[in-house]
Design a protein around this ligand. Sequence first.
Ligand code: BMA
Length: 321
Amino acid sequence: MALRRSPKNPILTRDDIPDLPDGFTDVTSVFNPGAVLFENRYILLLRVQSRGRETQLVKAESDDGVDFRVADTHVEIRGIENQKDTLYHVYDPRITKIGEIYYVTLAIDTNSGCRMGLARTRDFDRFDFVGIASDPDTRNSVLFPERVGGWFVRLDRPNKELAPFGPTTGLEIQIAISEDLVTWEPRGTVLRGRPHHWDELIGSGPPPVKTREGWLHVYHGVATHFGSSNIYQAGIALLDLNDPSTIVARGRNCILEPRELYEMVGQVPNVVFPTGMIVKRYDDDGFAEMDSDVLLYYGAADTCVCLAASTVRELIDACHD
Ligand code: BMA
């Protein structure tokens, strides 16, 4: 297996979340974190859900990527309060560094469906809202860490299919380009769900990672064969460096599936949902080093945060399995 679970899993549970302001106490769950290495510290932006089904983003920091200290206040995104639409939930953050700025793509539930929100920070203390940056109904948006062909590029997942006994979801990951990160032009489908296999419904996981062999992209796939017991797994693909709408290779098998109790039992059973990936070493040209360790952070059963480790080489090999 390309991925090895941390023996400390789950690395964060509801018991690790301190009382937060505004009576946000005794929370229900913490899951689907954005992850980044910032000034030699590992940072997670956690999705924390209360018993009132309200959502907060909360920062956690670590020196080793395993033991995290959780902040006792939620992340405030300046300017997000100025939106006309009602924003019900801001969740599933994904973090991409472009130049000196860290961008956070967010799923935001509004009256017009789930949309991509964009925030930015330089220091993970102050966050500013850039804007709503997608049409309804879009989820699982991730930014590439640099311009490709002169454009900012993102992957996203139209969210229009109705899952059996479930919410809206999607069958394909699409690519879009932009000059300003707010207005996006769709450029077609990159990855399609594979009917009757492990990844019938799909969506991006963490932002793509630049390797010498292509953009390495972890995504989630949902097997819907059993209706009400959808199974969320993680898979992997390699996209062309110069034209990321082209698939170089795509793993046949999932690279992580719910197997441990903490993945099979919880608020939403049978879910591994990767949202953060940290590659420890890049070369001078900005490519991930093949023998670099990789830390993959994921939500388990929409209840807790878990970690699995690999290397760039092993993940690329899994694309060719
Ligand atoms: C997806 C999203 C994720 C969630 C997953 C499993 O559609 O809502 O946030 O982790 O379902 O419930």
